[in-house]
Design a protein around this ligand. Sequence first.
Ligand code: SF4
Ligand code: MG
Length: 336
Amino acid sequence: MKKILEVDNLSVSFDTYGGEVKAVRGVSFELSEGETLAIVGESGSGKSVTAQSLMQLVPMPPGKFVSGSIMFDGEDLAQKSEKQMESIRGKDISMIFQDPMTSLNPTMTVGKQISEGLIKHQNMSQKEALVRAVELLKLVGIPNPETRVKQYPHQYSGGMRQRAMIAIALACNPKVLIADEPTTALDVTIQAQILDLMRGLQEETGTAIILITHDLGVVANAAKRVVVMYGGKIVESGNVDDIFYNPKHPYTWGLLASMPKIDGGGDEELLAIPGSPPDLADPPKGCPFAARCPYAMKVCKEKMPDYKDVSDTQKTACWLLDERAPEVEIPESAVI
Ligand code: SF4
Ligand code: MG
């Protein structure tokens, strides 16, 4: 598959009164045409900032681009001006957010909001755009689209608003869709419907998706590849099967242990990872997970481990993979 996006050594900081918060520290990953890549991590791991950086949506200042390149279709998005980005956002790369209420415009009909991109990027007339808006609402499974197109966001249910956001995001057939916790605010049944919808639309349109989530459960059905972030860094990446069945990083083990098991009957104990993420105003010099890791060794606190190729598809940054480290088995709690 052709690579559509190649992020190399991306670092983004925020200037705060408490010092420079290094939110994203040297992140590299690739996205192929038509694939779904999940970026997983707790809040504060840097996953949302990474996603926003791809579209230059991090407010600068206080945000600050420190280093890296974001190659999209042979051009570096990190070097684009705001004006150039405006012609890319919504057309080539679109984004949907956790809470449609804050990103939909409450004073504009849904039809008008879908039309905007079509008029701007595809030179449609207002009339043509509205016809297309009705088609798009139908495509995302909103009943009575002819009526719904004239309504305002508050007249929609939460699930329908998320569908409307997807319609807006997909209006111009973007090559990449970035979805930041798209189902977190929704109840479980609606979550499943929205993920199904995204998967179905992806098959039809071939849009590549970057799915940002704190929930590994969402990843299992939705993504093909997974990047696990912690403390502003990628700690492990691999195919879904690598991450679920052969995880090598203790943080991934922690995420798996805190996930409900398929055959658990719903009454098993979920293990939250004790402790809190590192202070990125003063990031640890070694492994970012060292303060919370039950396996931490002396070297972990002193030096960031290199990425080791576990297989052709999996990379992990952990000192346990060094030949000098003691042998550690995947804990029972992380076996799914
Ligand atoms: Fe734990 Fe050390 Fe591996 Fe970090 S490098 S996850 S502290 S064992
Ligand atoms: Mg977030």
